[in-house]
Write a protein that binds this ligand. Structure first.
Ligand code: CMP
Length: 148
């Protein structure tokens, strides 16, 4: 099924100069990039994005880390892209992530885990709406390639 997913490259990914590496991994899989931007840290925006985790023990640390620098927000389109991207990203804790996943290769731990990827089509719709205006996403109407 054709889906969309939202991928963040967290402040540690930018700090380690891994933005191109992460984007390239998804491009090589054949997924289509339909939205991309650098987002400056904003508490209200991150509180909205991570609302489902409010009250959990790791939430204050998660926000503090995400507020430590800019992050990259991206939207990818493709067949079953939500699950496929989650596989490439790996388990939440970089130390426990599967071999060759982005988090295993480049992440540090639970918090400094390089990337976020939507866990379901419902989450991706909410996350994309939180971070992007429709006009910022590639579509048949605004792209003469007409790929999406
Ligand atoms: P992410 O995919 O961005 O979604 C929520 C984030 O919370 C997750 O990646 C982790 O960075 C963080 N997180 C989840 N569980 C823990 C945990 N047990 N300890 C610290 N951070 C966590």
């Amino acid at each position: 099924m054709k889906q969309r997913t939202c991928v963040l490259i967290k402040p540690d990914g930018i700090e380690k100069n891994l933005v191109g590496t992460v984007l390239n991994r998804f491009e090589k899989e054949g997924f289509h990039l339909i939205g991309l931007k650098l987002v400056p840290p904003s508490r209200p925006l991150l509180e909205s994005f991570y609302a489902e985790h409010a009250g959990k023990p790791f939430y204050p640390g998660l926000l503090e880390f995400m507020l430590s620098g800019c992050f990259i927000a991206s939207v990818w389109e493709g067949e079953d892209v939500v699950g496929k991207v989650r596989k490439i990203v790996g388990a939440t804790n970089s130390k426990e992530a599967e071999e060759n996943t982005l988090r295993k290769l480049y992440g540090t731990d639970n918090r400094r885990n390089l990337v976020h990827a939507s866990d379901s089509p419902n989450s991706s719709a909410r996350e994309i709406a939180t971070l992007f205006n429709i006009s910022e996403l590639k579509s048949k109407e605004n792209d003469s390639n007409g790929q999406s």
